[in-house]
Design a binder for this molecule. Structure first.
Ligand code: 6GU
Length: 247
């Protein structure tokens, strides 16, 4: 999968994504990550990429021309109109299912804004998806773009090893992950739950499933409605929610 990131800070993107699992996958050729510097495409003699907003107001806006020309240089290279994601607090809040969906693309263009935003006309021209990473304000779209690249990349076949595989982790099946423990068996007086030392694989799986459900109920009850639960599990969570003891 090929990521093409339009940004004023290409070094930030490349540095942030060159290590660990994503860096390894890029070295293996499973991913490519290209950062295109929007400033390289300005026709302004002072290399200026921003200007004041018409109508007044605080801050500066990124101008349409350099953004469009930088995007066009990518679009011309990869053919047809590429899926182009604008990182903005006004976008749809990023979710695991969006990561899975983006991972099906061969090429994905990401547009990072800075300053107070980007001239609306170029957004209308090139953007196919708008994505936010949560309800808080950041200074630019670079960190969100890195978050998106990471989450999408790990959905690309071969990027995770078997060990790192995403089968039983947070958000798979819409539940949070169960608690985990490694050596030693006792640390600062705290013991590893007995069941995990029992060697009874079926009991361990049952316990983990129960922990996932309890954790989700306690910490993210909003996830439960769309979680994949068996009929029996659904009855139990519903009855707890309704304040009853048993289904
Ligand atoms: Cl995608 N961009 C900015 N600037 N701030 C954000 C965001 C994106 N998502 C949450 N806050």
């Amino acid at each position: 999968m090929n990521f093409h990131i339009l940004t004023l800070f290409p070094d930030m993107i490349l540095q942030g994504l060159s290590t660990s699992i994503i860096g390894r996958a890029a070295e293996k050729g499973l991913l490519s990550i290209e950062a295109v510097n929007i400033r390289d495409y300005t026709t302004n003699k002072h290399k200026k990429v921003d200007d004041y907003p018409y109508g007044g107001g605080a801050g500066m806006l990124m101008q349409a021309q350099p953004v469009y020309d930088a995007w066009k240089s990518i679009a011309d290279r990869i053919g047809d109109k590429p899926r182009t994601v604008y990182l903005t607090p006004q976008g749809s809040v990023f979710k695991q299912n969006m990561a899975k969906n983006f991972a099906k693309e061969r090429d994905l263009v990401l547009l990072c804004g800075h300053y107070e935003g980007i001239d609306e006309r170029v957004l209308e021209e090139i953007v196919t998806d708008s994505v936010s990473i949560g309800d808080y304000v950041l200074t630019g779209g670079e960190l969100p773009a890195m978050v998106l690249v990471d989450a999408v990349s790990r959905m690309v076949p071969g990027v995770l090893t078997n060990d790192e595989s995403s089968l039983a982790e947070s958000f798979e099946g819409g539940l949070l992950e169960y608690p985990q423990y490694s050596r030693p068996e006792e640390w600062r007086g705290k013991k590893v739950p007995e069941i995990l030392l029992s060697g009874n694989h079926r009991k361990v799986e049952e316990w983990r499933r129960e922990q996932s459900i309890l954790r989700t109920m306690e910490r993210r009850p909003d996830l439960l409605a769309s979680a994949e639960l068996t009929e029996k599990e659904r009855k139990i969570t519903d009855s707890v929610k309704d304040g009853k003891n048993a289904p």
